[in-house]
Every structure is written in C-alpha cells, then in structure tokens.
Ligand binder design. Structure first.
Ligand code: ADP
Length: 375
C-alpha cells in the first residue's frame, strides 16, 4: 500500500502536443481515485506516467515519498490492468495468474498460495484449469485483475478495464472491483470516460478536460457543487440543462434570473434566485450568464403555480421514471426527469416549477465558473 503524489506533472508528447497540464494530486494510502473525462482529455497519459510507461516532461511523481520519475516500471511496484486483458491464450487461468510470480522466481508454495487466494477472492477457483477462450468476458476481466492482485503491489492502476463488457456486466463487475478494493485496501487509480462508473466507484474523482484537472473531490461534493459548467454538464444523468440569460435585482432587493438570448431578444421565463446568492452575483448583474438546472429540478406542478410552461417534444419512459425533452417558450430545450407521466405525448404542455437547490449560475463559455458554488 502506498501514498501517491503528483506535483505539477506535465506531459508534452514528442510531436509537441500537450496532453497534461500541471496535474496536482495527493492520493492517500488505500484511497480509490477515479480519473474521469471525455476521450482525449489526458487520463491514460496521466496513468501511464504513474506506471512509468510514459515519461514525465515536467513535475514529479512520488510513491511513498520517493520520487519515481526515473524509475523503471518494474521497480515501481505497481500493477496495471488494461482494457484488453492481454491474457496468454495458451496458458491456463492458473498459469496466467501465476505468470508474474514465476518470472520473479517466487517459490512454488508461495505461488500456489497467492494464486488460490486471488482465485477465491475473484470467484475463479472452478475455472483455474481452463484456457482464456473458454471463459466469459467477465471472467477474463477477473483473471486480469487476479494477475494484478497476486503481485501484492503498492498500487493498482486500471485503464478503462470494463470497456469491453456489455452494459449489464459492467455494472456487476464495477461493484466487484469496488468491493474487492475495499477489502484489499490497496491504493487504486482508475481511469474511465464513464461518469456513472466514476461516481459509483471513487472515494474521490478527478474530472479532466483538455489535459487540465477541472475539479477533484468526493462524487457527491462534485455533483452537488460543480466548479464550472464543464464539470456540471459531465456528471449526472441526464446531463444538466443550461439556459442563457441575465440576472437582475428586483424591487424587493432580491435577485432574479431571466432567460435571454442576447441583444435584441425578448426576455423569456423568470425565476427568483435564492437570497443567499445576491452577494455572489452582485458583480454580474445584467451581463450574459447561464442558468444550470438538473433535470430532477424541473418539477411538474399545477399550471397556476408554474414558473414555466414547457412544450413536450420527446418522451422517454424508463420504467419508474420518465425523461421529458421540452422547449421553453423562447426555444431553450430542456430535459425534465419526472417520477411519473410515462404516457405523456409530444406536443403536450408541461407546467413546472424550478427547484432552486438543483440550480447553479455559471459564467458563459465551456468552462464558465460556477458563481453560486456553496462554500
Ligand atoms: P484519454 O485517456 O483521456 O482518452 P490520452 O491520455 O490517451 O487521453 O490522450 C491525451 C491527448 O494526448 C490526446 O490529444 C491524444 O491524442 C494525445 N496523445 C496520446 N498519446 C500520444 C502519443 N503517443 N503521441 C502524441 N500524442 C498523444
């Protein structure tokens, strides 16, 4: 087990492309960290630098206080699990799991003890004699994890390990990996582009975009309090709605958001914002801003108490919930997640109120700052 520390870590590839800018993170002993972000944001590059498979071009990486920048991968005492499990097809499951220990010259008794222990943890005992081609995708994935476990490394690094599995198997396997990590308490860095995987697995998650860490924190901290519009839009299903508009002060001294599409546009719907936001927004009165509303924050209500009447364009029943895509009178497209209404039809009107606790106000732009972050 180990602490892993990344300080001002950078990566510029030989062709001049900058994949990672100034990455800083202290990972505690036993922590499960998930690096998440869209394809190409620099997650794998960061992981590969920790593994030693990619050279660091700036900053330092330390494991248990010792800088490892120039240490060979095999001397870093960490084990990596990849998306393509890279199992040896001609070897049995037992031999695949034992392989790295044999290379190291471990004695037979010790190899047998560790392989059987890993097989038990991973429910592979009955298939130890089989070849990889006789296994299901989930079992192959577990063999790959078994190979990492037997090495008893200081840290596990996972690079999109579930991408080759179907949706149902991904959900069960992610729970298995999470509970295994909780038992072994081995420091883990896990890379995925899947926000749900990140939310459900990480003790903390690190959201990356264009090689830059946008925010690091516990899943619920980040979900409830996104630092900027990119993070807000990346985590959560369906994604947060964004509506352009202006904030004004009203006669009573409160602050109000009005949907607005830029110069010349007539104002659309108006909602009062929490009084506590006044100080946060006072320097942004009458400048273009963006209101973020989680789909769960659009709550169907009586027409008489509605803040907004939407016009439904698409209905997606999910069983116990329904996603309704609908347009505001000014044409903003919004998604509401309702706990009823599977039978709603396109064209129907949907009167809603907007739950302030599901809202945030952002500066404009892809990574516009969340001005209403709770401290
Ligand atoms: P992710 O894992 O988030 O999908 P990567 O770390 O693989 O992202 O890639 C980050 C960026 O670095 C991308 O723009 C990618 O094209 C670039 N990149 C990755 N590997 C190389 C390489 N060997 N040479 C040049 N550019 C690379």
């Amino acid at each position: 087990m180990a602490r892993v520390e990344l300080k001002n870590v950078q990566k510029t590839y030989a062709d001049g492309s900058k994949a990672v800018h100034d990455f800083n993170l202290e990972i505690a002993d036993g922590e499960f960290i998930v690096l998440v972000g869209p394809s190409g944001c620099g997650k794998s590059t960061t992981l590969r630098m920790v593994a030693g498979l990619e050279e660091v071009t700036g900053g330092s990486i330390a494991i248990d206080g010792r800088e490892v920048n120039n240490l060979h991968p095999k001397d870093r005492d960490i084990a990596m699990v990849f998306q393509n499990y890279a199992l040896y097809p001609h070897m049995s499951v037992y031999e695949n799991i034992a392989f790295s220990l044999r290379l190291r010259g471990a004695d037979r008794g010790e190899i047998d003890r560790r392989v059987r222990h890993a097989a038990e943890l991973l429910d592979l005992t009955k298939v130890l004699d089989k070849k990889p081609k006789g296994l299901s995708g989930g079992q192959r994935q577990r063999v790959a994890v078994g190979r990492a476990i037997v090495r008893e490394p200081k840290a596990f690094l996972f690079d999109e390990p579930l991408s080759n599995l179907d949706a149902r198997l991904r959900v069960t396997t992610r729970a298995e990996i999470k509970s295994l990590q909780m038992r072994l308490k081995t420091t883990t860095i896990y890379v995925t582009h899947d926000q749900e995987e990140a939310m459900t697995m990480g003790d903390r998650i690190v959201v990356m975009h264009r090689g830059i860490v946008q925010q690091a924190g516990t899943p619920m901290e980040i979900y409830a309090n996104p630092a900027n519009r990119f993070v807000a839009g990346f985590l959560g299903t369906p994604p947060m709605n964004f509506v352009p508009g202006l904030v004004t002060t009203d006669a009573a001294g409160g602050v109000t958001f009005t949907e607005h599409n830029g110069p010349g546009s007539a104002g659309g719907f108006t909602i009062p914002l929490p009084a506590a936001w006044k100080d946060k927004l006072v320097n942004h009165i009458n400048t273009p801003l963006v209101l973020g509303i989680r789909p769960q924050g659009l709550v169907e209500c009586e027409r008489s108490s509605a803040e907004l009447v939407l016009k439904t364009t698409l209905v997606e029943p999910l069983g116990h919930e329904t996603d309704i895509t609908a347009k505001s009178p000014m044409g903003s497209s919004l998604v509401a997640r309702l706990t009823s209404r599977p039978g709603m039809k396109a064209g129907e009107e949907l009167p809603v109120r907007i739950e302030p606790s599901a809202c945030h106000v952002f500066e404009p732009g892809e990574v516009g700052v969340n001005l209403t972050r709770r401290a």
